[in-house]
Unconditional design. Structure first.
Length: 237
């Protein structure tokens, strides 16, 4: 509870920006801002961490999604610390519902990377080489975190369900369980494992992700062996 309070997880949006479906997660209104009931947040966090731990124990894979500036680095760190997939730059429509097309783009990225390392690349004229590099850089920027995602993930962790509404919709359509931070302007009905909390503050995002990371590492049997969790990285930097 202390960690959540210090990270500002309880601060929701202004009262004029809210979703009535979040009413049950709100403790009070203070200075025109909704305060989230952290007792419920802790219960939800327990349910989410248990689910993710069991998913990993059963050999599942998880996709972390967070493209807003405050979440990008923490999402990448969480995924890399646990050996999972991530999207932290831009959600490409069809990433889940049209995975075959995404895999073709990944194939093109690998083709470019192999070409750049080959002796033949030095023989290509400068204009064409530059064009190939730009194409490869763009593909890597958007697909770098899902290069090895050959099949659909077993679960998705999302930061900001409104910004990532397309990702939520694709997961719902395919029946992929979603774990997500839901702020006071969110629709929790679309999320199987909602975690009521501030999805805008960097520290709030990191402290919640750090708990999810711990559960995933526990599921892998490597808890305590990882270098740094997202929250620890934030503290030390």
């Amino acid at each position: 509870m202390t960690e959540l309070l210090e990270a500002g997880v309880h601060y929701g949006h202004q009262t004029k920006r809210w979703n009535p479906k979040m009413r049950g997660y709100i403790l009070e209104e203070k200075n025109s801002i909704y305060i989230i009931d952290l007792a419920l947040t802790m219960e939800q966090l327990q349910q989410a961490t248990t689910y993710l731990r069991d998913t990993i124990k059963n050999g599942g894979k998880i996709l972390f999604v967070g493209t807003k500036k405050q979440a990008q680095e923490a999402v990448r760190e969480a995924a890399e610390a646990t050996g999972q997939f991530f999207v932290n730059q831009r959600w490409l429509g069809g990433t889940l519902t049209n995975l075959a097309t995404i895999r073709r783009s990944v194939g093109r990225l690998k083709e470019i990377q192999a070409l750049e390392k080959s002796p033949a690349f030095s023989k290509i004229n400068k204009a064409e080489a530059s064009s190939i590099r730009r194409e490869g850089a763009k593909l890597l920027h958007n697909l770098g975190g899902i290069v090895e995602m050959a099949k659909l993930p077993d679960a998705i962790v999302i930061i900001d369900t409104i910004r990532e509404e397309i990702a939520v919709a694709e997961a719902n359509r395919l029946g992929i369980p979603v774990v997500a931070i839901v702020d006071t302007n969110s629709d929790p009905d679309k999320i199987e494992y909602p975690i009521a909390g501030n999805d805008d503050a960097i520290r709030s995002i990191r402290v919640i992700l750090s708990k999810l990371v711990e559960s995933i590492l526990e599921g892998k049997g490597t808890r305590g062996k990882s270098a740094r969790t997202p929250e620890l990285a934030a503290v030390s930097e």
